[in-house]
Design a protein around this ligand. Sequence first.
Ligand SMILES: [Zn+2]
Length: 263
Amino acid sequence: MEISSGRILNDHSAHPAQMKQNIIKSFIKRNLKLTDDKYEKEISLKIKRILIENNYPVKQIEKLIKDVLFQKHSNIIHNNNVQQNQDPKFVSLPYVKGLTEKIQYDMRNLENNIKFGNQPLKKLNTIFTNTKTKMRVPKYGACYLIPCKGNNGVQCSCCYIGETKRDPILDRLPEHVRKHKKISNGISNPTTDACLNHAIIKKHNFDFENFKVLDYVGNHFIRKDMESLYIHKYGKSAVNFKVDTQNLGESVKGVVQIFNKYS
Ligand SMILES: [Zn+2]
């Protein structure tokens, strides 16, 4: 068992006696305090040999080794009186049965003025994370799409394209849902609302769960143009009235047709 390179400040060196005493004292402590009891004798002999080779008196070495071992086994390791009067240091350690006790024992050997607080490895807040749904930050102005899901096993590939200056999910979607609920309550006259109109005439249901925001656009004019472009892009699938694309220039429609052809 290797404990040191064997190089330590020689007792014949021109250093203060107290300094050399402290050096060999900490050398002995360092090597003995964390040593398992069954290796103490072996390590003590090695310490003794190294210190003798560095010209320290045998009696001094033996006394220091004896003192350190006494302190270690009585678990009263006070470096000096000042340290005894210091406030205890508090250390928080996670508790793992069998391991934490050993770590605490070893740490007390190095630092007597220490108190431990144990905490379970898993705290409740690591198991139950914040389950609150995060509040959506409103985002104003968007074009959106609501797919139709047909009815009674009849599939429908239509969709409604809309735009709003408000938040599409927080404000506009609930409005659509409320309007469509009225259909089941007996209100079935055709309206100017293209989405509602399709639902009433075809007796179809819109798939509000798959409500999709196509683009967030704050500017009113750009948003209107974009809505028209989307309606044009979806062509016959869009249940919107033709008037919704009236403000779209013919050249733009041509561009969209080319885009649709090659995309
Ligand atoms: Zn439909």
